[in-house]
Design a binder for this molecule. Structure first.
Ligand code: GLA
Length: 494
């Protein structure tokens, strides 16, 4: 199929380097400089220099925020609604450079927390229809998914009629959506859910339907009339350069805002480093990888869980409230029954429950949007239900500080992450990338958010049970491809 071919071509160049503003710029930054917060809420902005040798300082912080020089981050409570700027000062010897940062504080941010929901592509592809949407909306509510936080029901590609209407208006395929789109969106809203739709910033979508290029305002107005809440905006058949992408996404971002505030979710697969410019287009989240596959290891170009880890691990300085790096729809629950998600797999298709748990746990550590993509018209396996409704893990994903977990170290095939949380707790994780059981050693001197002399209460977020308090370190065996996640809460200093 044409879209599969284009995906294979796209996927062929999927290795994402850790972004730097410019390799030759030793006084540069490798972190976000446009950041967001709700008013009067806990806020954190980690500052990462392109070169580790330089000094960093900050000037002009609004009241309530302070510079933590040791950890190189800004923290505190965000001010009242408004637009604030502060200066990030990078210096080395006598050389100094001042880089402005922009903080937008607003009650009506697109996304205060990463969205959670279901998206049609992996198992449904072109068979999307009003009937499937209704069944999924019912399942999301009756199966307790909406109560767990999954609120968005997103239809992906191929919902469109063969052509636009005579006046250029976009319209659904009459065979798939015989009553039109509005009654379907109303049904979804009636279930207390939000509705997302899909288009592409070119003449055609990835699977060959018509795109929105040149029709941005008209499409945004139509989506608004239907009651659409979110647009996933793809980038097949569009030029390679980042400048054109930024312009096309901004055009749609502006149209969506003017049409009443539909959320823009960018999907250019991380190919043009959208974490550097996506926030300027009005987008609140962007895909950071090519399409996930239902496997632990993808073939070259395929994104198994191990490739997601490679692509996501260095992007943490670019994530935050209203600027989330998206690791793509999860394959949890698919068990090899998907369509294109079965392609390009070196293992599987399908994963062990430990591997699915790793995927879910890391997406939560990374504050990625959480999109399920398995068939909700069939009963959910109990072990999948248990995993996708794990409130301890979901709380990490939805934490209001919006921090993507920081890469701490990779040692003997175990990768360790650390996530700062709004109430001062810290989540730490270890993923065993090896095929044999190992022991993970969390040495707190390596985790900058932890203090070796402090005792911490421990919550095992995967097993959902409390463990004895610890100080200085924590060790635990870890099954092949499994992930440990602990939430640590400070107890009194001894
Ligand atoms: C691209 C996107 C996928 C999906 C398909 C639909 O490949 O990355 O997530 O939307 O297009 O054609």
């Amino acid at each position: 199929m044409k879209h599969l071919l284009s995906l294979a071509l796209l996927a062929a160049c999927s290795t994402l380097p850790v972004a730097a503003q410019s390799a030759s710029d030793s006084l540069g930054l490798s972190c976000a400089t446009e950041v967001f917060s709700l008013p009067h809420r806990p806020f954190m902005h980690k500052i990462v220099a392109s070169s580790p040798e330089v000094q960093l300082s900050v000037k002009g912080l609004p009241k309530g925020l302070r510079w933590n020089a040791q950890r190189r981050l800004i923290e505190g409570t965000a001010p009242a609604a408004g637009s604030y700027s502060y200066s990030l000062i990078v210096s080395s010897g006598k050389e100094q450079r001042t880089i402005p940062a922009q903080l937008t504080v607003s009650k009506s941010l697109g996304l205060a927390r990463p969205f959670m929901g279901w998206i049609s592509w992996n198992v449904v592809e072109g068979n999307i229809s009003a009937s499937i949407v209704r069944q999924v909306a019912d399942a999301m509510t009756t199966q307790g998914l909406s109560a767990a936080g999954y609120r968005y029901l997103i239809i992906d590609d191929l919902w469109h009629a063969p052509q636009r209407a005579a006046d250029g208006a976009t319209q659904p395929d009459p065979k798939k959506f015989p009553e039109g789109m509005k009654p379907v969106v109303d049904y979804v809203h009636g279930r207390g859910l939000k509705f997302g739709i899909y288009s592409d910033a070119a003449e055609r979508t990835c699977a060959g339907a018509y795109g929105s290029l040149g029709y941005e305002q008209q499409d945004a107005r139509t989506y608004a009339q239907w009651g659409v809440d979110l647009l996933k905006y793809d980038y097949c058949f569009a030029p390679k350069d980042a400048a054109t992408a930024e312009e096309r996404y901004r055009t749609m971002g502006t149209a969506l805002r003017e049409a009443g505030g539909i959320l823009l979710y960018m999907c250019e697969w991380g190919a043009r480093k959208p974490w550097l410019w996506g926030a300027r287009t009005g987008a609140s989240a962007w895909r950071a990888t090519y399409d996930t596959r239902d496997c632990w290891v993808g073939k070259p170009g395929g994104i198994g869980v191990t490739q997601s880890i490679e692509d996501m691990k260095g992007l943490w300085p670019y994530s935050g409230v209203n600027r989330f790096n998206d690791a793509d729809m999860m394959c949890v629950g698919i068990h090899g029954t998907g369509k294109s998600s079965n392609d390009l797999c070196a293992t599987g298709p399908g994963m062990t429950q430990d591997e699915y748990t790793t995927q879910f746990a890391l997406w939560c550590m990374w504050s990625s949007p959480l999109l399920l993509s398995f068939d909700l018209t069939k009963p959910i396996r109990p072990e999948d239900k248990h995993l996708i409704t794990n409130a301890d893990l979901i709380a990490l994903d939805q934490d209001e500080l919006g921090q993507q977990a920081e890469l701490v170290l990779e040692d003997q095939g175990i990768i360790y992450f650390m996530k700062d949380l709004a109430n001062g707790d810290v989540a730490i994780s270890a993923t065993n990338l090896k095929d044999s059981e190992q022991t993970a050693h969390f040495d707190f001197t390596r985790f900058s958010a932890l203090q070796p002399k402090v005792r911490y209460r421990v919550r095992d977020c995967v097993e959902q049970r409390s463990l004895p308090a610890v100080q200085g370190q924590l060790s635990q065996t870890i099954r092949p491809h499994a992930t440990l996640v602990y939430r640590l809460s400070r107890l009194a200093r001894r």
